[in-house]
Design a protein around this ligand. Sequence first.
Ligand SMILES: Cc1cc2nc3c(=O)[nH]c(=O)nc-3n(C[C@H](O)[C@H](O)[C@H](O)COP(=O)(O)O)c2cc1C
Length: 412
Amino acid sequence: MSINPGRILSAPLSLPCGAKIKNRLCKSAMSENLGAVDHRPTSRLSRLYEKWANGGVGLCITGNIMVDSRALGEPRNVVVENESILDELTAWASSGTQNQTHLWAQLNHPGKQSPSTLSPEPVAPSAIPFEGALQKFFNPPRALTEAEILDLIARFAKTAGIVKQAGFTGIQIHAAHGYLISQFHSPHHNQRTDDWGGSLENRMRFVLEIYRAIRKTVGKKFPVGIKLNSSDFMHGGFTEDESLAVAEVLAAEGIDLIEISGGTYERPAMTGRTAKGQTHDGEAYFLSYASGIRQKIQTPLMITGGFRTSNFMAEAVADNRIDLVGLARPMAIDPDLPNKILSGEAYTSTVKPLTTGIPIIDKMALLEVTWYEQQLKYMACDQPTRPNQSIWFSLAKTLVENGFQVFQKRRA
Ligand SMILES: Cc1cc2nc3c(=O)[nH]c(=O)nc-3n(C[C@H](O)[C@H](O)[C@H](O)COP(=O)(O)O)c2cc1C
């Protein structure tokens, strides 16, 4: 079949809440690590998001914004707990919504995936420490009390209300990649015996109550979506069948968009790696799972992870397998990518696996994330990105900027 990717991907998408996204391309969340020391948004974030907005993307999702300053994933996360940062948030939203771009705030809590340098005592559904290689980077968590669970649900809703007030045009709940919500979903990490653990119905109660509280705060006409793991790829963990059941419940509640990803930083399937560090061969890692979900629910669907050619992106949309194409690493190198694809330019991504060839160094310094964060920083400082930057240069730069603390995993 001969297809015209530019035409197919230029079609607008209507969401259940009534909002419209101008095309089928989405910049998926990438933690920028560009907040101020006190976690306020900075002018660098505004400059970065202005570039994406002008690059033609239909939907732009922020890197994870934390709902609790006691629980960070990275030292320079933005945290939104109250209205005191409304001015900075408003400036960020106004840059990122130029050019009729939808700008959604991704809300997150890391749970036990908060590095020991940032959290003396992280919280989690149950007091189950990480095992194996990750153990030395994270302090053992303590189990949340029920009052704390209810407080966290209220925090997600409060943060959602503040970012809406600031001019963001939607919310994405981060329920993927091993952070707190996905810890609640996992029977391995969640061994509670109260109403928040045990059966799948109980394990999904946290995300459901978060969704309901956010919806109540932002109203029916404001987009609320979720990033959900297809599976966490762990023995005894969250399975594809369970993920499908969660998606069905959220669809029935009226969620606007389900983005599918997968894995955790113990099992980094989201960037196409297996636990042993091998890379995925094909394009779009979670497409076959998405086909299963497509048969069960009508909610707009997006997958992220591994899209590398405009033809493949257009085929996935034209075949009605997904509604939106999620792109992360390609957008860290070229913010104008959507304009190029939509104008009909045949596109093949230059994104390739990054490695020093020494697995222990790759793993400990989380080099891939660091390399891409450096590209985001170049854009935020109005410099061109450096797609050919060597991974060794990246490591040296990180060591100069952060010292050997980098080997204490800044991010999970
Ligand atoms: C530097 C970097 C930061 C990321 N931060 C986040 C994040 O804050 N929230 C999130 O849901 N995913 C995050 N991701 C994962 C991406 O959204 C995406 O799922 C993954 O990179 C696979 O998509 P890709 O093949 O298009 O890069 C991050 C990825 C990178 C490279």
